[in-house]
Design a protein around this ligand. Structure first.
Ligand SMILES: [Zn+2]
Ligand SMILES: [Zn+2]
Length: 295
């Protein structure tokens, strides 16, 4: 797969005002403190990379190890060292678009990363012959410390055993991931506040879903409160709840059949414009990594 040239951004912090302000400029060549990239997003596979100078975390493993290696190399990571560099693999839930590559990663001798997921999620995964030795489970809602990255897990409404989203904080930068959720409860909104970068689901256009190819039972599941977030619910969230401090919004987990990036872009832009927000908008793809967002 040929990946497009990467756009690299730097977010500069100005501390003169009461509130931190981030301004984008071209990559200057300095080492970034915190990097985030959505390697894949959608019902065929999900993975994201969060890295500081000292710590490297993979969120979800819904790509084969080979494809993961290709995508990591395409964003400038050394393919020989990247798997060794991983400190942790965090799993949101057991659906195969989030864990299909995990059993192979867990058995690989190249990988020393500890695998983290909730107590209830671990037994729901088909590990093959043996469960991995480097598995650590946590209670949904618990906080973890991985190197210099603080991780806060939070329960999301989705039809998996014990699904969670994650909010990360490193070097004063907050990044949150909330995909695979039927709606956005207040408890989730709480965890999405004060994020510098938010990866939020925009799964389907309701009209496209209703007339689309899915069987009625699947349509009902997707639309339910434990299904996936529609463009409408996403844009309502942007209009009413998105924190003005969020300088980068990434919309992801778009349905290939029941959505289109142009619709997502239009609805999100309208919602952001309606609030007078200058939040940067990016739409994550199933097929190619996002830009590498650097803070
Ligand atoms: Zn998913
Ligand atoms: Zn799911």
């Amino acid at each position: 797969m040929v990946c497009p040239p990467l756009k690299r951004y730097r977010l500069k912090t100005y501390r003169g005002s009461a509130r931190r302000r981030f301004v984008y400029s071209e990559e200057s060549g300095e080492a970034a403190i915190v990097k985030f990239c959505v390697l894949a997003s959608g019902s065929s596979g999900n993975a994201a990379l969060l890295a500081t100078e000292n710590t490297c975390v993979l969120v979800d493993a819904g790509l084969s190890m080979r494809e993961l290696g290709k995508r990591l190399a395409s964003i400038g990571e050394d393919p020989e060292r990247i798997f060794e560099r991983l400190d942790a693999i965090l799993i949101t839930h057991e659906h195969c678009d989030h864990v299909s590559g995990l059993p192979v990663l867990a058995r690989s001798k190249k990988i020393r990363a500890t695998i983290h997921m909730t107590h209830l999620t671990a037994p729901a995964i088909d590990w093959g012959e043996t469960a991995p030795g480097r598995l650590e489970t946590f209670q949904a809602g618990a906080a973890l410390q991985i190197g210099d990255i603080e991780v806060q897990s939070f329960t999301i409404p989705h039809d998996a055993i014990d699904p969670v989203g994650f909010a990360f904080e490193a070097q004063g930068v907050r990044i949150a991931i909330a995909t695979d959720l039927g709606y956005i409860p207040e408890s989730v909104k709480f965890h999405l506040r004060r994020t510098d970068l938010l990866l939020l689901e925009a799964n389907h256009d309701l009209d496209m879903l209703k007339v689309g190819p899915y069987p009625w039972a699947v349509k009902q599941r997707v639309m339910s409160r434990v299904g996936h977030l529609s463009n409408l619910v996403m844009s309502d969230y942007l209009e009413q709840d998105l924190d003005a401090a969020t300088c980068q919004l990434v919309l992801g987990h778009l349905s290939q059949q029941n959505n289109h990036p142009a619709i997502v872009h239009m609805m999100a832009t309208q919602a952001l414009d309606g609030r007078g927000l200058h939040t940067r908008l990016s739409i994550a793809s199933q097929h190619t990594p996002s830009a590498v967002f650097q803070f």
